[in-house]
Write a protein that binds this ligand. Structure first.
Ligand code: NAD
Ligand code: TYD
Length: 344
């Protein structure tokens, strides 16, 4: 039996932490479409939104729980008997980590440690750790992050992700725990919480509000469409070698200011809405990913051009006003209690 057969979708149960967040919920839809059975384990913090999973019912179970709670993780693993775990759950926003860093260490480092220990005890056959390119710190105007680039995180968010990445590596090395680490660049697409650059700018433009650009707007990020990341995760699940790290990216570098201008142009809004604001402290200048390893070794390629992806994303936000209105009013926080819990 090849590794491919072992993690073929039919009948394979996945345990997805953070599956009610942005990347997690997009992945859950993709995994279910591909035939996997999915249990989502999510604490439903401010970033977790059951509306992201509205309509997902078949081959799907939801457990509300915290990855820092060993007993809750243990019980959920026992009940759902997954073969593989995809670990998205995290505090994910750099700006919030600057305002309140401690929860980042608690969730991202301690939570990952609790989770992976329970997974080891439970005999999980594959663990996909969703790390980030931000563990590498900042690049100058040239060069790309490779898997061998030193970890040199800048923000409390990135530091907590680097620490959790190292905890996972230590489990792979020490216990032969079958973990694969993915370090991906900035994602964009439907269901992204409107605190992150692209959805925030789309919503502000739509409301004719000022678009706040940090510093000089020349910082560069390497953007990937969230569904392309989803296919990379499926590839890593099916074919990724335990103990290996894979960078994931679309070779799609953009200066922040150019993205903001593009969004305004696409939405037929005036560039005068742009306003430069105080820079983020220790703001990383440039991220750029060399993803040749996953392309070569796992045969993965992204499919969505930025032109197409950004258009689809703007259209999605424009046709899903209720989704972001519920976030703005806080109503989304009641969705679980109102619409979901009674069905359990
Ligand atoms: P998100 O903030 O949208 O979602 C995070 C999810 O984790 C939420 O559903 C939240 O409720 C859940 N969660 C938080 N703390 C938890 C806890 N203690 N126990 C259980 N669940 C908890 O995040 P995202 O943007 O979807 O990112 C998902 C993962 O991908 C994160 O690990 C992040 O570091 C990584 N990542 C994100 C990007 C990006 O561009 N968004 C890029 C690279 C890597
Ligand atoms: P963000 O979406 O927070 O992702 P990350 O910091 O993890 O890369 O920010 C993307 C870039 O956009 C980053 O350089 C900061 C910048 N930015 C702004 O200029 N204005 C904003 O309001 C936000 C949220 C981000």
């Amino acid at each position: 039996m090849t590794t491919n057969d072992k993690f073929a979708p039919e009948g394979t149960r996945l345990f997805v932490t953070g599956g009610a967040g942005f990347i997690g919920s997009n992945f859950v839809r993709l995994a279910i479409e591909n035939g996997f059975n999915v249990t989502v384990f999510d604490a439903l913090t401010y970033a977790g939104n059951m509306e992201n999973l509205a309509g997902v019912e078949e081959r799907f179970r939801f457990v509300r729980g915290d990855i820092r709670d060993a007993e809750a993780v243990r019980n959920a693993l026992r009940e759902s008997e997954p073969r593989a775990v995809i670990h998205f759950a995290a505090e994910s926003h750099v700006d919030r980590s600057i305002l309140g860093p401690k929860i980042f260490t608690e969730t991202n480092v301690l939570g990952t440690h609790v989770l992976i220990e329970e997974c080891r005890q439970a005999g999980i056959e594959k663990f996909i750790h969703i790390s980030t390119d931000e563990v590498y710190g900042s690049l100058g105007s040239t060069g790309l992050f490779t898997e061998e680039s030193p970890l040199d995180p800048t923000s409390p968010y990135a530091a907590s992700k680097a620490a959790s990445d190292l905890v996972v590596q230590s489990y792979a090395k020490t216990y032969g725990f079958p973990a694969v680490i993915l370090r991906c660049s900035n994602n964009y697409g439907p269901f992204q919480f409107p605190e992150k650059l692209i959805p925030l700018m789309i919503i502000k433009a739509s409301n004719d509000e000022k678009l706040p650009v940090y510093g000089d707007g020349q910082n560069i990020r390497d953007w990937i469409y969230v569904m392309d990341y989803g296919t990379a995760i499926l590839r890593a699940l099916e074919r990724g070698t335990p103990g290996e790290v894979y960078n994931v990216g679309s070779s799609n570098e953009w200066k922040n200011i150019d993205i903001v201008r593009l969004i305004l142009e696409e939405m037929d809004k005036p560039l005068s809405l742009i306003t430069y604001v105080k820079d983020r402290p220790a703001h990383d200048r440039r991220y750029a990913i060399d993803s040749s390893k996953i392309r070569r070794d796992l045969g993965w390629e992204p499919e969505t051009t930025f032109e197409k992806g950004i258009r689809q994303t703007i259209d999605w936000y424009m046709t899903h006003r209720q989704w972001w209105n519920n976030i703005m009013t806080g109503e989304y926080l009641e969705y679980y209690e109102k619409n979901y819990k009674p069905k359990l």
